[in-house]
Write a protein that binds this ligand. Structure first.
Ligand SMILES: *Cc1c(COP(=O)(O)O)cnc(C)c1O
Length: 422
């Protein structure tokens, strides 16, 4: 017999959670786009000026990539059918991995690359598998230490947490603006196996990590340096090869992770490292081993993406982005908005409270802009912001028009506290 009043605790808890998010202005909403990713997006029948995607080079809707995707599908079909180690590893994946390794082999001697479905998966796989190497460390000198920057991306944080749970590694969080503290911690660390994990470009602030200094510490204290260059690959460096090219670095202690759904305009990610380290990812990287391989047509499309990034077109697009960034930094310095010292296409305006960030985002929406308010836990408490991003498809005029609109709402958001109630 059924009880008269059946309890459903999970549903009650779910209601509670959502009400709580609502009351703290932290509930997020899905918005449906009705057009391809570009600088103008059709949303609920309105054409909005979008400054929010990570399509930095403006390749997501590029005719050459659309054609390559169609060609890839006709050549390789729609799906891969299995994981890489079963039967899903296509020649298209292999060709892409060879090209990705070539892009980094000036920076990582004996480099080999491994393609992943997403950056999230690449990060979790790389961190857990590479931390796991510590299980083989000599008994006389046991232990695994993972040093992770406080502002690292969620996928790195989750990779570190999972690695710590699996290996009992010691996790140390560090401030990437204060490497003295990191150096002291490394100097007193007796663990046999040490990893330093860092974002190349901080995704919510746009600043570059001090990667050369981190590499020097990795050398001095015999650590491995894992760099997630999700926002640098395609954007930084003369050929768009990313942050290692930008800083002209070279070392086989670097494990480089690039994502391919941002500047590369498609989807996926890769890990590039010394071939022996990479072999361990193939052998021990559980998320890699147990996921179905990305459709080979995607890998095929990415070969065209790489050609665009490395060639004349990529060079021109990067040069245009640099001019947008310098105009922005210079002209915004005359306004009251709190910008960051970013030299990348990520140009946030920090507002502090969730209410102020939401108000600014709403006023811009009324003016025809799509610039979401980024709130905790994506950013630290009290640092809610507008995350403005540029694409090479934005014109200088479009960027100036956005600055005019920001000027118009400046007083309302920054001075008139009632703006929060709009
Ligand atoms: C977007 C992002 C990722 C995740 O990459 P996906 O391919 O989108 O899963 C990882 N790291 C950073 C820093 C990112 O910004």
């Amino acid at each position: 017999m059924k009880p008269a009043q059946q309890r459903f605790t999970a549903l009650d808890l779910a209601h509670q959670q959502i009400d709580d998010l609502d009351s703290r202005l932290l509930r997020r909403r899905l918005q449906q786009t009705q057009s391809p990713c570009d600088t103008t997006l059709l949303v609920a029948g309105r054409a909005l000026n979008a400054f929010c995607s990570n399509d930095y080079l403006g390749l997501a809707n590029h005719p050459a990539l659309i054609a390559a995707m169609a060609e890839g599908a006709s050549r390789y079909g729609a799906g891969s059918g299995a994981s890489h180690l079963i039967s899903g590893h296509s020649i298209a994946h292999d060709l892409l991995e060879t090209e990705l390794a070539r892009c980094q082999n000036h920076h990582i001697p004996q480099a080999r690359a491994l393609f992943f479905c997403t950056g999230y998966l690449a990060n979790i796989t790389a961190i857990t598998a590479l931390a796991g190497l510590g299980a083989n460390a000599p008994q006389s000198n046991p232990g695994i230490s993972i040093y992770s920057a406080k502002l690292n991306h969620a996928s790195l944080i989750d990779g570190v947490k999972l690695a710590a749970a699996q290996t009992k590694a010691h996790v140390h969080l560090f401030d990437h603006a204060d490497l003295g503290q990191l150096k002291n911690a490394l100097a007193g660390d007796t663990a046999a196996h040490k990893l330093i994990v860092i974002d190349g470009v901080f995704s919510m602030d746009g600043d570059l990590a001090p990667v050369p200094e981190l590499l020097a510490l990795a050398h001095a204290f015999d650590a491995l340096l894992i760099v997630d260059d999700a926002h640098g690959f395609g954007v930084l460096g003369e050929h768009g090869h990313g942050i290692l090219e930008h800083f002209q670095m070279q070392s086989n202690r670097i494990v480089y992770i690039g994502t391919l759904g941002k500047a590369a305009g498609v989807s996926g990610a890769f890990v590039c490292a010394h071939e022996t380290l990479l072999e361990c990812l193939i052998q021990k990287g559980r998320p890699y081993i147990y996921s179905t391989a990305t459709p080979p047509a995607i890998a095929h499309t990415l070969l065209t993406s790489l050609t665009l990034i490395e060639g004349e077109e990529g060079r021109k697009r990067r040069a245009h982005l640099r001019s947008l960034i310098s105009i922005w930094q210079e002209e915004l310095s005359f306004m009251r908005w709190h910008r960051t010292e970013s030299t990348t296409p990520i140009q946030p305006i920090i507002l502090g409270s969730n209410a102020a960030a939401l108000a600014a985002s709403r006023l811009l929406d009324q003016a025809g802009y799509w610039i979401p308010a980024i709130r905790p836990p994506t950013v630290p408490d009290g640092s809610a912001r507008l995350r403005i991003t540029f694409s090479a498809n934005h014109s200088i005029d479009a960027v100036r028009a956005l600055m005019r609109h920001l000027q118009e709402i400046e007083t309302q958001v920054l001075v008139d506290k009632n703006a929060a109630l709009l």
